[in-house]
Design a protein around this ligand. Structure first.
Ligand code: ACO
Length: 335
């Protein structure tokens, strides 16, 4: 009975932002593009690139330790670690298990969630449910990506969009009425052809047969940008309105929206459809580009530490990504 009344609330946030900056001007030397085109069509001016040898779990660990520090909790307090990523260090073990070892969260159950750019909101939902049903008291939720490792650096339609980074939140069980008020997920695999990875598996002859290693293609991402753009705006609006309705919150009550950072035109189109003022929309795309699962928790940490959120504020997070997947959450802020 107690568990049914519980909620999950955000106790702390953290992020890791790689030092190396790749500007639009730098990209002009890599592909046939221009700073003016990238800025006008996407809003991106620069993005961060992980140091060579740095894995997703390394960035996730840095973000996680900051989030635990601001939550005033130890890694040993965690019951659950969930990582949203499309770029785990390896196929297995999961990035979450590697991360758990790196930060010393050895009491926790750990798993990855693969939901394209929606990975963080999907991971948040998993952790929220575990807390609400009484399975966990404290959970770490991470979005972390090394997209530079899966970028086709000869494709100007995608390589200008992507960046690396990690963000994390710590959730704890609460009996008060703050925290995650509603969270909803959607997917539609029939649009999977709009964004997918071409990876080594496609060249594998089958179970038990060794592939010709020299014929393996690199793993990289393929996208139909225009179709995805239109679908994204529709999905984001639909899930936002549903999530607000389920939380009993009107658009006018939103204190801050932290959307997935894929394209400033997508974000602006969503804000316009919702009738939300741009001063209530938090964007980092200009500095970091699209960091997939990491974009929302990176932006959230910056917004929270920058004084953009106060207790009782109504925070809307909304995302879409490969799958297609999409989702949103309405959170009553608590720190
Ligand atoms: N520099 C210069 N020109 C370019 C570039 C570039 N980097 N990329 C494409 N172009 C050209 C095209 O070749 C095309 O030329 P043409 O008219 O001669 O054929 C022209 O610019 C227009 O191309 P469009 O694809 O129509 O441009 P659009 O305005 O749709 O912008 C973009 C492209 C930025 C990709 C946009 O469609 C978009 O953001 N879509 C959504 C992407 C997204 O949200 N992805 C999320 C997932 S990414 C992930 O999951 C990691």
């Amino acid at each position: 009975m107690l568990a049914e009344m519980s909620r999950a609330k955000v106790m702390g946030t953290g992020s890791y932002i790689p030092e190396a900056v790749l500007t639009n001007r730098d990209l002009e030397k890599v592909v046939d593009t221009s700073d003016a085109w990238i800025t006008r069509r996407t809003g991106i001016k620069e993005r961060r690139i992980a140091t060579e040898g740095m894995n997703t779990s390394d960035m996730a660990a840095a973000a996680a330790l900051e989030a635990l520090g601001s939550a005033e909790l130890e890694a040993g307090d965690l019951d659950l670690v969930v990582v949203g990523t499309v770029t785990p260090d390896r196929q297995f073990p999961s990035c979450a298990c590697v991360l758990q070892e790196k930060i010393g969260a050895l009491r926790a159950a750990s798993m990855d969630v693969s939901a394209g750019c929606s990975g963080f909101i999907y991971a948040l939902s998993v952790a929220n449910n575990a807390i609400r049903c009484g399975e966990a008291n404290h959970a770490l939720v991470v979005g972390a990506e090394v997209l530079s490792g899966v970028t086709n650096w000869t494709d100007r339609g995608t390589c200008v969009l992507l960046g690396d980074g990690a963000g994390a939140v710590v959730l704890s069980r609460t009996e008060d009425d703050t925290g995650i008020r509603s969270i909803h997920l959607r997917s539609d695999g029939s649009f999977g052809n709009l964004l997918y990875s071409v990876d080594q598996c496609e060249d594998r002859p089958g179970p038990g047969v060794l592939p010709d290693m020299s014929a393996l293609k690199p793993y990289y991402l393929v996208m139909d940008g225009q179709k995805l753009f239109k679908k994204a705006v529709e999905c984001l609006e639909e899930i936002t309105l549903w999530t607000l309705q389920r939380a009993g919150v009107d658009v006018s009550e939103i204190s801050l929206m932290v959307p997935h950072q894929a394209n400033i035109r997508i974000i602006n189109a969503l804000a316009q459809r919702l009738g939300l003022n741009t001063d209530k929309v938090y964007t980092t795309i200009e500095k970091y580009g699209n960091t997939s699962s990491a974009s929302i928790p990176m932006a959230l940490n910056e917004a929270a530490k920058g004084g953009r959120l106060a207790p009782k504020d109504k925070l809307l997070m909304v995302t879409f990504g490969a799958g297609l997947t999409w989702g949103a959450s309405l959170v009553e802020w608590s720190i």
